[in-house]
Design a protein around this ligand. Structure first.
Ligand code: 3UK
Length: 539
């Protein structure tokens, strides 16, 4: 590895042993990064130096901030970190806030100062925050004043966190007050391209949170792979969407991609389907990132908004049902770009351009990445056979001191935990999370395929399909269905839905049990928590 700029060597010291890393590939010319690189400097100082200073970088519904203004603010914050908090390169800094300009400026400042950003999801509770603080040995935090309560409580549970500064707060001692007295220049820390820039904690569904270490060059690689090859943005693009900056899906889509291409991003703190549509309309956004449920809920509302500025729509986080793809296309004429990404991989690695869409497929391995489907023995399976998805690319999984590294990386390949099938042309078809595959009477059934079939029925707003214990079949297919507001549950509707599924997919896959619910359990990143539905079944 390149000599580190970190004085506090915690991140490097806690990388997995080299033999447990995935194989990394840097075949694309745009990935030939120099040995020394600071990604925040590339995204901000360089853009100003290249003449983007007077262009808008960040927007909110009320205000706008140029690249130069953002640079000055990040420089001042970096000075506070170094001069007031006495932080040294390599120290971890916890960031906590909704998507807003201060949160973005803080992220850039932490990295310019050579520190390691640990952004946390706004909805995390004290216990979860304390686990992260303890695991990453975080001594300082920058926190939006409105989210301080849980962090304050976490402080009581963890001895590491010594300094907390509040932002978006005019009060005495706040970050804003400290910025007043600071010069707006800063000597950036000349980090190694393979120094840690961030530790992203997974939105994992079970067990202790896992921290994934990403380098400065990994941040550049997500911009230069998915964004450059699939979105091909230019400086006039306006990005918007829902994923939090603490989720690498949002870190890319809502901050790093726009900055990498001199474009701008609209940061909005809390979005619902209606307000996301209004944001696209009012800020004339051209690229929108969100999860499949949002696309599905927005489709019937789209006609009431002027979406003429919108060019590209990105869906990730969970599988995009074909019914959702089609209803958004009918409403707007736009082909959604699906992409599978993972916190471990930093961002998206299988996706497609709108022209190369293939119905039912997530896409193909994007430039820079390799993908294959492997069997239990790790050997590649032929096209058409369902197995485990394995990925290699310029980014990959490096858990912070975690024995689960050897589950995710096997023989140099990243195993994402997803069951996939590949066709002859190299398109990848999502089946289910490996742990969510249903085995019923000897058949392998992928819940999402059954969900897809149900979602095509006009009465179904949302649904989840799980396997539940069954004395005869081992597992039985069960669907939990949320109906559209104008529909009522009945035994006749259950029968109708079952017959509907039997006509669309192989009849043995139909849900033998259907229950109705008013909502489905989801994570903050929009993922359905099937394990919580299964837990109701086996209390
Ligand atoms: C699932 C998908 C089918 C899949 C993420 C884009 O979701 C992200 O990261 P997470 O660590 O979860 C990873 C897992 O989520 N998944 C994500 N996208 C899709 N399944 N189709 C998709 N399009 O199980 C994957 O293993 O929370 C997504 C960019 C950055 C990310 N971190």
């Amino acid at each position: 590895m390149t000599p580190s700029a970190h004085i506090d060597s915690f991140a490097r010291d806690h990388l997995p042993p080299r033999a447990q890393w995935p194989e990394l590939i840097f075949e694309l010319p745009e990935l030939a990064y120099p040995a020394r690189q600071n990604c925040a400097v590339e995204l901000l100082d360089r853009m100003v130096a290249d003449g983007h200073g007077e262009r808008i970088a960040l927007r909110t519904p009320e205000a706008a901030c140029t690249y130069r203004q953002l640079l000055c603010r990040a420089n001042r914050i970096a000075r506070v970190l170094r001069e007031d908090l006495a932080l040294v390169p390599g120290n971890r800094v916890l960031l906590r806030g909704p998507n807003n300009p201060m949160m973005a400026a803080c992220w850039l400042a932490v990295i310019k100062a050579g520190c390691v950003a640990v952004a946390t999801m706004p909805l995390l509770r004290a216990r979860e925050l304390a686990q992260i603080v303890g695991k990453a040995e975080i001594g300082a935090a920058l926190c939006d004043v409105r989210l301080i309560d849980e962090l304050e409580a976490a402080r009581g549970l963890s001895p590491f966190l010594r300094q907390v500064l509040l932002f978006n707060d005019g009060g005495a001692g706040s970050l804003e007050e400290r910025l007043e007295g600071k010069a707006d220049d800063f000597v950036n820390v000349d980090t190694a391209a393979d120094d840690a820039a961030l530790i992203a904690f997974t939105s994992g569904t079970t067990g202790e949170p896992k921290g994934t270490i990403h380098f400065h060059r990994d941040v550049m690689a997500m911009c230069d792979c998915f964004a450059r090859a699939i979105l091909k943005p230019d400086a006039d693009d306006i990005f918007c969407g829902t994923p939090p900056l603490a989720f690498t899906f949002g870190l890319g889509g809502m901050l790093c991609f726009p900055l990498r291409f001199g474009a701008s991003t609209v940061l909005v703190e809390k979005l619902l389907p209606e307000s996301l549509l209004a944001t696209i309309q009012n800020s004339r956004a051209s690229i929108c990132f969100t999860a499949p449920t949002f696309w599905r809920l927005m489709a019937p509302l789209a006609k009431d908004y002027d979406l003429s500025s919108l060019k590209q729509c990105v869906s990730a986080g969970e599988a995009l049902p074909d019914a959702t793809r089609q209803s958004w296309k009918q409403a707007t004429g736009i082909e959604i770009i699906d992409g599978i990404g993972a916190t471990e991989m930093m961002h998206i690695f299988i996706s497609h351009t709108p022209e190369k869409v293939r119905r039912g497929a997530t896409g193909y391995a994007i430039p820079g990445y390799r993908a294959r489907v492997v069997g239990a023995d790790g050997r590649p399976l032929p096209p058409g056979v369902v197995g485990r998805l394995a990925i290699q690319g310029p980014t990959g999984c490096r858990y912070l001191a975690d024995p689960r590294q050897k589950d995710y990386v096997v023989d140099g390949w990243n195993l994402t935990g997803d069951a996939y099938r590949m066709d002859e042309d190299g398109y990848f078809f999502y089946q289910a999370r490996t742990d969510d595959m249903i085995i019923s009477a000897g058949y392998n059934i992928a819940g999402p395929e059954v969900e897809d079939a149900l979602l095509a029925h006009p009465a179904v707003a949302e649904c989840a399909v799980i396997g539940v214990p069954d004395p005869e079949r081992g597992q039985r297919v069960k669907a939990v269905v949320v109906l559209r507001p104008d529909c009522t549950a009945s035994a006749a509707l259950i029968k109708e839905l079952q017959d509907f599924v039997k006509k669309r997919i192989a009849p043995y896959k139909y849900p033998r049990t259907i229950e109705f619910a008013t909502a489905l359990p989801r994570t903050e990143t929009g993922k359905l928590q099937r394990f919580r539905l299964r837990a109701i079944e086996n209390p």
